[in-house]
Design a protein around this ligand. Structure first.
Ligand code: G1P
Length: 291
């Protein structure tokens, strides 16, 4: 059974829901407080000792590579100005072992995964979708760490899930499961974005996965539906052969792919900030009296 060493972050989406900002700035570079969302995602991986992160980018998203690269002139300047904490912040952006691969066609999530295949081959990998930020505060075990531990114990692919209600169920992949043991669910079927009536349960798939080494090979064999192949089809195949587990997230989750979710993430990160937390709190209290 392989140890989890690699992670894939798909970052080539067009980000049309955030136009016009995403015309020139890739969506993963949108900032929550002072940090691009993709850096939060990379930081989640430090809890599992991942050795290599593969970021799948679109052809003109060089700014993501720049963010994870070194900027010697800036760092030298911060050092000579004795701005040590800012120097540490700048330096931290190039401490990740990141490889980039270009997705030429915006052909979906499975297309992005296949672009990363030469780096992963038949090894297990973590998959983290950038539209969701997960924050594990107050002693909560980070979701990705929990998934990695379940994978390493069972050798089965494992996905993160949360309960949703009403027509929210139609926004996500949906799981059917029969047994639940110690917080681990045995998944028996998957439906992508079902109607409320079709849904198998109230459990939605969240954008964190640890997938076993066979998944890339299964993706390669899939028949396209229209022009696309779907990760959900592989997950369903795994589920039907008893090889897919799920676990409920305990982290705080922000849907930063949605405008309101993005604002919530910014407000809550501002409240948690040492630098501006107090004044943000006072401002919000004051504002609440006026609205
Ligand atoms: C993708 C997956 C879906 C999952 C969701 C989580 O959908 O296809 O199964 O529930 O991510 O964010 P997308 O949001 O790309 O439409």
């Amino acid at each position: 059974m392989g140890k989890l060493k690699k992670a894939i972050i798909p970052a080539a989406g067009l980000g049309t829901r955030f136009l016009p900002i995403t015309k020139a700035i890739p969506k993963p570079m949108l900032s929550v407080l002072d940090k691009p969302t993709i850096q939060y995602i990379a930081e989640e991986l430090t809890s599992v000792g991942i050795e290599e992160i593969i970021v799948v980018v679109s052809p003109d998203s060089g700014v993501i590579e720049k963010h994870f690269g070194e900027c010697e002139s800036l760092e030298q300047r911060l050092l000579s100005d004795k701005k040590h904490s800012l120097y540490e912040i700048a330096k931290a952006t190039h401490q990740f072992n990141v490889k980039f691969v270009v997705q030429e066609q915006p052909n979906g999530l499975a297309g992005a995964l296949l672009c990363a295949e030469p780096f992963v081959k038949d090894e297990p990998f973590a998959l983290l979708l950038g539209d969701e930020l997960l924050v594990a505060d107050n002693g909560v075990k980070p979701c990705i760490k929990n998934l990695a531990e379940i994978y390493e114990k069972t050798s089965k692919s494992v996905i993160a899930t949360m309960e949703v209600f009403g027509d929210e169920v139609s926004k996500y992949g949906n799981i059917g499961f029969d047994v639940e043991d110690g917080g681990i669910m045995q998944v028996n079927a998957i439906l992508e974005k079902p109607s409320v009536n079709e849904a198998l349960s109230n459990n939605a798939i969240i954008g964190r996965y640890v997938l076993s080494g066979e998944v890339m090979g299964m993706l390669k064999k899939l028949k396209p539906k229209g022009n696309e192949i779907y990760l959900t089809d592989v997950l369903d195949e795994l589920a039907k052969s008893g090889k897919l587990l799920a676990s409920v997230i305990e982290d705080d989750r922000y849907d930063v792919g949605d405008k309101f979710g993005y604002i919530k993430a910014n407000v809550e990160m501002a409240l948690k900030s040492k630098e501006i937390g107090q004044e943000t709190k006072e401002y919000i209290k004051e504002l609440a009296k006026r609205i």
